[in-house]
Design a protein around this ligand. Sequence first.
Ligand SMILES: *[C@@H]1O[C@H](CO)[C@@H](O)[C@H](O)[C@H]1NC(C)=O
Ligand SMILES: *[C@@H]1O[C@H](CO)[C@@H](O)[C@H](O)[C@H]1NC(C)=O
Ligand SMILES: *[C@@H]1O[C@H](CO)[C@@H](O)[C@H](O)[C@H]1NC(C)=O
Ligand SMILES: *[C@@H]1O[C@H](CO)[C@@H](O)[C@H](O)[C@H]1NC(C)=O
Ligand SMILES: *[C@@H]1O[C@H](CO)[C@@H](O)[C@H](O)[C@H]1NC(C)=O
Ligand SMILES: *[C@@H]1O[C@H](CO)[C@@H](O)[C@H](O)[C@H]1NC(C)=O
Ligand SMILES: *[C@@H]1O[C@H](CO)[C@@H](O)[C@H](O)[C@H]1NC(C)=O
Ligand SMILES: *[C@@H]1O[C@H](CO)[C@@H](O)[C@H](O)[C@H]1NC(C)=O
Ligand SMILES: *[C@@H]1O[C@H](CO)[C@@H](O)[C@H](O)[C@H]1NC(C)=O
Ligand SMILES: *[C@@H]1O[C@H](CO)[C@@H](O)[C@H](O)[C@H]1NC(C)=O
Ligand SMILES: *[C@@H]1O[C@H](CO)[C@@H](O)[C@H](O)[C@H]1NC(C)=O
Length: 390
Amino acid sequence: MFLHSVLFLVLWLPLALAASNYVNTTRSPTTITKGANISKPRCPSKCGNLTVPYPFGIGLGTGCSIDPSFEINCNTSSNPPRPLWDRNLEVTDITDSHMRIKNWVAETCYNQRGNLTEDSQVNVYLPQNFGFSEMNKFMVVGCDDVAVISGTTGRNFTSGCVSICSSKESIIDGDCSGTGCCQTSIPNGLQNFETSMTSIDNYTKVWSYAGCGHAFLGEQDSFTFHKANLSDLTFYNRTIENVPVLLDWVIGTQNCTESHKSNNVSCQQNSRCIDPDNGLQGYRCTCFEGYEGNPYLHPGCRDINECNQNPCDPKGICTNTPGSYKCSCPHGYLGDGRKDGHGCNKRTPVFPMIKFSLGNINNLKSCPVVYSLVKASNLYYDYFEWLDLA
Ligand SMILES: *[C@@H]1O[C@H](CO)[C@@H](O)[C@H](O)[C@H]1NC(C)=O
Ligand SMILES: *[C@@H]1O[C@H](CO)[C@@H](O)[C@H](O)[C@H]1NC(C)=O
Ligand SMILES: *[C@@H]1O[C@H](CO)[C@@H](O)[C@H](O)[C@H]1NC(C)=O
Ligand SMILES: *[C@@H]1O[C@H](CO)[C@@H](O)[C@H](O)[C@H]1NC(C)=O
Ligand SMILES: *[C@@H]1O[C@H](CO)[C@@H](O)[C@H](O)[C@H]1NC(C)=O
Ligand SMILES: *[C@@H]1O[C@H](CO)[C@@H](O)[C@H](O)[C@H]1NC(C)=O
Ligand SMILES: *[C@@H]1O[C@H](CO)[C@@H](O)[C@H](O)[C@H]1NC(C)=O
Ligand SMILES: *[C@@H]1O[C@H](CO)[C@@H](O)[C@H](O)[C@H]1NC(C)=O
Ligand SMILES: *[C@@H]1O[C@H](CO)[C@@H](O)[C@H](O)[C@H]1NC(C)=O
Ligand SMILES: *[C@@H]1O[C@H](CO)[C@@H](O)[C@H](O)[C@H]1NC(C)=O
Ligand SMILES: *[C@@H]1O[C@H](CO)[C@@H](O)[C@H](O)[C@H]1NC(C)=O
């Protein structure tokens, strides 16, 4: 019986001692569009469906952005209006660290006799402060294609891949490893690239089921190869519309250390400077954990009141703290108070064996190991409170 209650105490100890001051370490979502001030005063913050947070800004020469290369030209002659960046690239998303834009696609087509009927290649330069994210892949969809991508990251970069089909049956949905589809990585910090495509047999051996080859840089997660893509006449347009290119962005011209030295870091309150790992020269600002808002604009990031999301047990008590929150249980309840933890459980004297085996506090003190365990836990109070009642 005595052994039984020791086990009982030991099993409950970790629960009783579990920290209830909880910091969410999950990688934080984008916060730059969540503040009260998203754009500079008197500057619009939306173009159609796109929210445009500072350091980006809407309008050419309006001073709404940090720098001309962050200007978004909102073309209102279409519905919804189209946000255009860097001449004519359509922006679909802006986050704390990335920007998504619509794609460019290189295309070569052949006729049945093997004559080249279409050859449009891609050649793109990004402005300073922007680079192609490593989460993009150079992807080629075709059955007789040797595609090359070349660009500069400071040093010259050339890569490419080959996609060949021996028969229609050899092509497998979802498989982009050289039959009907191939892909290759790009290096960190790539700021421009051009494509070139050639074929081995001018499509003469595959023409019955594939007539064109396509090559593009695109966010890997947003494209899954299907054999139907090979003969789809809308593939070119659909890729431009639906497979975005992911860009990295930074501000300034130097990393945090160097920018601090020249006293030129524009991170506002409750945010810090971070050195990006994307190979670009510059820095970004990010809100402290548990804070949100635009870290580039006065007054900076604000504490998130996590209690609004009801993170605690319905019976629990939520207390917002700077950068975090605490859950606790009301009098008469046990637990850490967290909805995703042990919640709050009504304290009931369901284990009368404690009383019988431990008797009173003097008995308990005669066994130092059990006594210290009990004393270290919440049960100390619960138990003796209950004994008092009993
Ligand atoms: C932690 O953060 C993630 C993403 O920000 C969120 O989905 C999740 O609900 C959070 N968990 C808690 C307990 O707040
Ligand atoms: C864009 O906004 C329009 C209404 O303004 C809405 O109908 C449409 O679904 C939105 N598109 C996207 C991609 O959110
Ligand atoms: C807006 O787009 C239309 C065509 O879509 C074009 O004719 C017009 O010049 C554009 N306006 C601006 C201000 O860029
Ligand atoms: C197509 O190729 C054939 C030989 O391969 C050539 O005789 C013909 O002139 C070409 N036609 C065109 C339009 O290039
Ligand atoms: C990179 O390529 C360009 C043109 O292809 C060439 O002019 C330049 O010298 C090359 N740079 C290096 C560092 O190899
Ligand atoms: C493919 O086309 C090129 C140029 O159009 C031509 O020189 C070559 O002979 C053709 N090859 C085949 C296999 O038809
Ligand atoms: C692709 O888009 C262009 C421009 O929007 C359009 O003119 C063309 O008809 C489209 N092609 C197909 C096959 O849908
Ligand atoms: C590729 O084919 C699949 C299946 O038909 C389709 O859902 C997808 O939209 C196609 N992708 C593109 C970019 O056209
Ligand atoms: C400070 O940063 C701004 C914006 O990035 C830049 O225009 C300016 O040249 C920088 N000044 C110094 C002294 O580095
Ligand atoms: C910041 O830049 C300086 C000069 O380019 C460099 O020496 C230093 O290692 C960089 N620091 C970090 C953390 O990247
Ligand atoms: C928005 O920015 C202005 C100017 O910097 C500032 O005065 C104001 O307090 C900010 N508003 C909010 C709700 O933070």
